[in-house]
Design a protein around this ligand. Structure first.
Ligand code: AMP
Ligand code: MG
Length: 339
């Protein structure tokens, strides 16, 4: 079975093709147009520009797939219906509706956050059923991205309970905004990771709402970080050394908060595996901290290329939902939802 996955929730335009067979799922195409350069000068994603870029990029990415694949062979279109930026989603929706009508195919609506979870089923571009079955439920699932910090308990592939989430900024958003204070380009997460490697000293930063169940709050940490940078600048130059120390301290603080909440959830719920996904999960330091904190647990991270937003995750989501007998939609039945 061939599924085309389309992702337009934020600033990545993704169109991907997967083939699902009895024993494995294969990525045939993973077309991605990053809008980083467009949004970089604003220090964050501008929704209306994202929408315009999706409109421009979607036909180009589809053409790349069409070059060596007959689109009529597609069985279903999977589309990420949200949560995301409304103008960006509208562009995607219109494109998918037109395509569904043109090809006479049905659409599988995919929740973007669930798709981040499904992404961990792929290793080295292949999902093998034998391995996928080893992801045991109940699973504790943490989605950490530019838009979300959500902690879920998945009882099975579909049945999820939201335990907690960030009440203000998402973890990735804080990395992005704090990177700006260090004059680092957008997206800040990878930049912070890069320079943090040279850190020699650590600054102490607050961990807001640590004791408040499974909810997160990062805006106080962001403010404390920006204030600290301003304070340091008053009496010394923000050189590479101090920038590294600041970056490492910020990363460490955020990751310790995430780990603390995961540990708490692990104590209170009997889970058989832990899944960390979303853009921030690409971070090697986070991986190390998590693995060290849960030495005996089964832990799953997505492969590097599937951590941030892409069309493969959505196609995969479509396939899982189809396997679970989820309803497929006609073009005009398609709906989207923002954050
Ligand atoms: P997503 O929203 O899932 O596309 O992920 C984008 C977010 O992930 C942005 O906030 C990035 O700064 C963040 N991110 C990407 N790579 C890394 C990394 N290596 N370390 C930390 N954050 C990252
Ligand atoms: Mg995402």
């Amino acid at each position: 079975m061939f599924i085309l996955g389309i992702e337009t929730t934020c600033d990545e335009t993704g169109v991907a093709l997967i083939e699902a067979k009895d024993e494995e799922i294969k990525i045939l195409k993973n077309e991605l147009a990053s809008q980083i350069k467009i949004h970089q000068k604003y220090g964050g994603v501008v929704p209306i520009l994202a929408a315009r870029e999706h409109q421009k990029n979607l036909p180009i990415l589809l053409k790349n797939i069409e070059k060596d694949f007959d689109l009529q062979k597609i069985d279903y279109l999977a589309f990420s219906v949200g949560p995301g930026l409304l103008p960006a989603l509208v562009s995607g929706k219109e494109f998918v509706q037109d395509l569904a009508k043109k090809l006479n195919k049905k659409i599988i609506p995919v929740n973007h956050l669930e798709a981040h979870f499904y992404s961990v089923t792929i290793k080295n571009n292949i999902g093998r059923w034998q391995k996928i079955k080893k992801i045991m439920f109940p699973a504790l699932v943490l989605i950490v991205s530019g838009g979300h910090t959500n902690l879920y308990l998945f009882k099975n592939w579909r049945d999820k309970k939201l335990l907690g989430m960030s009440l203000d900024d998402a973890a990735g958003e804080v990395l992005d905004k704090c990177a700006r204070a260090l004059n680092l380009p957008y997206p800040g997460g990878p930049e912070i990771e890069k320079i943090a490697k040279n850190a020699k000293n650590y600054f102490s930063l607050p961990k807001p709402m640590l004791q408040r169940g499974y909810f997160f709050s990062f805006s106080g940490l962001k403010t404390a970080f920006v204030d600290l940078v301003a304070e340091i600048k008053k009496f010394r130059k923000l050189d590479e050394g101090v920038k590294s120390d600041l970056a490492a301290s910020l990363q460490k603080t955020i990751f310790e908060i995430l780990t603390f909440k995961l540990k708490k959830a692990k104590e209170n719920f009997r889970v058989k595996s832990i899944v960390i996904s979303g853009g921030v999960s690409a971070n090697q330091t986070l991986k190390k901290i998590i693995k060290k904190s849960f030495p005996r647990e089964k832990i799953y991270f997505p492969q590097r290329s599937l951590a941030t937003d892409n069309g493969v995750n959505i196609a995969l989501g479509g396939f899982f939902l189809l396997s679970l007998n989820e309803k497929t939609l006609e073009a005009e039945e398609l709906n989207i939802f923002s954050r």
